[in-house]
Structure formats: structure tokens, C-alpha cells
Design a protein around this ligand. Structure first.
Ligand code: NAD
Length: 286
């Protein structure tokens, strides 16, 4: 298939490369020319605008930081995309923005899906992302061959916007686990217990998690290169808190995690990995 890929950052770049490797003709655009050059080096084609990338494509994928960037790019996709185009926005954004995109697309005969992902940079590189898809069932089926090159768990979770609501739930869980792993490290170290040995045991028992598996060693060594930036997790906690407000439910732990992530950002750690939540818990104790 001919695929246009807009937003070639930490996630988009390896995802686009996986689509090339799966045999698709991929044309990429990013506001950063260096990102486009990287895709060209991996066998894709470069475009100098969204309009150029999208023209003639069977599928368009956007992987952008936040709602404002999607609001900027989506009208161009819809204007220059062909009738029947499949438009997969895989960014993590507000559910109401995804519903707006779906309406905009539908009015022009374009099939839009919200398809945010979980699994981080590792999952993007390995093609093992979890993908939560909102939209019409027949459009999800049409998108499966493309999504299958990017992820291993692909679930249709409901109508437009539902993918983003599931992603908000994912992010509140991930943030909460990071906060608790950080507290475990602070407790172990303050008690004179080797945190590496302690967390090895946790990882093998009921407290085990993907986060413990992938991040406990770097957290103990205080290595916080992103990965997933605190700034983006701050955005996602805002989405989760707003979604809870819209649904009329109280999520007290989510509120606390949102404040800890906000503190990490306020302390100047916005460009570090979200495992740098450890720095906030340490600061509370020093
Ligand atoms: P990133 O900042 O590395 O990449 C975003 C890319 O979009 C950048 O290269 C930027 O130059 C480009 N861009 C911005 N505005 C643009 C525009 N108007 N037109 C074209 N390109 C534009 O971010 P990322 O880590 O790749 O995350 C992308 C999305 O995926 C975010 O919504 C994030 O929340 C989500 N996500 C990230 C991870 C992760 O581990 N990094 C995991 C799951 C989901």
C-alpha cells in the first residue's frame, strides 16, 4: 500500500521504518527535515509538506505530540486525501479531538480511526505495540494489515474517541506504577537494603510488571534518557483527569499521580523519561 506518515519522532520514526520493512511504499513528512532524511535512509520517500505526503496515499498515519498539532494537520489530510482514504491518527490526544477529526473526515468521504499505542519506543522498534482503536468496525478491519506491521495487540475498543479513552486509562496506570516503583526504591535505599536485589524479587512476584522488567535497572542507576518524556506524560495525565471529569467519576490516585508528574515538570525534568518521577519522590525526602 501507499502510506503517508506524518510525525517521525521517537515513535513515528521506527513505526514508519517497520512499514517500509513490511513492503509498503511510505512517504514521510515531519517539521524537522532531519527526521525525514532518516526515513529516506531507511528506504522511504521524503515529502516537504503534509499535502505532498498525503496526495495519492491509500493510508495516512499521523503520530504527533498533542491535540493542537493534530488539529493543525488533520484539515490538510482531509483536504488532500483521496475518497475512501483510511486516516489513522496514532497520537495520544483528547477523545473529543479524535471525535472532531472523525467528523471532519466523514464529511469528505474519508475513514478516520483513533489508534493510540502503548509499548513505548521499544515496542515501536520491535513492532510489538498494543494498539487501541476507536471507530467503525469495518474500517478497523480494513486497517488491520497496516496495524499488524506495527503492533501485536490490536483491539477495537469502541466508536471514535474510545481508543483515546482507553489510552488515558493506560497512562494513569503507567504513571501510578512508576510512582510506586520510585517509592519502593527510596524505601529500600533509606533502609540500607540493596534496591537491585529487592526489585529483582518484586519483579518475580505479584508486584511484577513490564515497568519493573524494563526500567528497574536504569531507575536504580538514575539513567533517565527518554523513552517517554515527562512533558508528554503531563499532557496525558491532563487528558485522564479531564476524561474523568467528563465521565463524572472521582479518581483520587489519578489526581495524585497527575500532581507528581506536574512536580517533575516544574522541577525542570520535562525532557527526561517518565521514570524520572523517582527524582520527585527523592526530593520529597531530602
Ligand atoms: P516526539 O516529540 O518524539 O515526535 C513527534 C514528532 O512530530 C516530532 O518529530 C515533531 O517534529 C513532529 N511534529 C510536530 N508537529 C508537527 C507538524 N505540525 N507536522 C509534522 N510533524 C510535526 O514524540 P513521540 O514520543 O514520538 O510521541 C508521539 C505521540 O505518541 C505522542 O502523542 C505521545 O504521547 C505518543 N506516545 C509516545 C510514546 C513514547 O514512548 N515515546 C509511547 C506511546 C505513545
Amino acid at each position: 500500500m501507499t502510506i503517508a506518515f506524518v510525525g517521525l519522532g521517537i515513535m513515528g520514526s521506527p513505526m514508519a521504518a517497520n512499514l517500509v520493512a513490511a513492503g509498503h511504499a511510505v512517504t514521510g513528512f515531519d517539521v524537522s527535515a532531519a527526521r525525514v532524511d532518516e526515513l529516506v535512509a531507511r528506504g522511504g520517500k521524503g515529502a516537504s509538506s503534509v499535502a505532498e505526503a498525503v496526495t495519492g496515499a491509500d493510508v495516512v498515519i499521523t503520530m504527533l505530540p498533542d491535540s493542537p498539532q493534530v488539529e493543525q494537520v488533520a484539515p490538510d489530510v482531509v483536504e488532500h486525501g483521496r475518497q475512501g482514504l483510511l486516516y489513522l491518527d496514532m497520537s495520544t490526544i483528547r477523545p473529543e479531538t479524535s471525535r472532531w477529526v472523525a467528523g471532519l473526515a466523514r464529511a469528505r468521504g474519508i475513514r478516520a480511526l483513533d489508534a493510540p499505542v502503548s509499548g513505548g519506543e521499544r515496542g515501536a522498534v520491535d513492532g510489538t505495540l498494543s494498539i487501541m482503536v476507536g471507530g467503525a468496525a469495518e474500517d478497523v478491519e480494513a486497517a488491520r494489515p497496516v496495524l499488524g506491521a506495527l503492533g501485536t495487540t490490536i483491539v477495537h475498543v469502541g466508536p471514535a474517541g474510545a481508543g483515546q479513552t482507553v489510552k488515558a486509562a493506560n497512562q494513569l496506570v503507567v504513571g501510578g506504577i512508576y510512582g510506586l516503583v520510585a517509592e519502593a526504591i527510596v524505601l529500600l535505599e533509606a533502609s540500607g537494603v540493596d534496591p537491585a536485589a529487592g526489585l529483582d524479587v518484586l519483579a518475580g512476584g505479584l508486584a511484577g510488571s513490564r515497568i519493573l522488567d524494563l526500567k528497574r535497572h536504569t531507575m536504580i542507576k538514575r539513567e533517565f534518557a527518554p523513552g517517554f518524556r515527562i512533558d508528554l506524560h503531563h499532557k496525558d495525565m491532563g487528558i485522564a483527569v479531564a476524561a474523568a471529569r467528563e465521565a463524572g467519576v472521582s479518581l483520587p490516585l489519578t489526581g495524585q499521580v497527575a500532581q507528581l508528574v506536574a512536580a517533575a515538570r516544574a522541577q525542570g525534568h520535562g525532557s527526561l523519561d517518565h521514570s524520572a518521577l523517582l527524582k520527585v519522590i527523592e526530593r520529597l525526602n531530602s
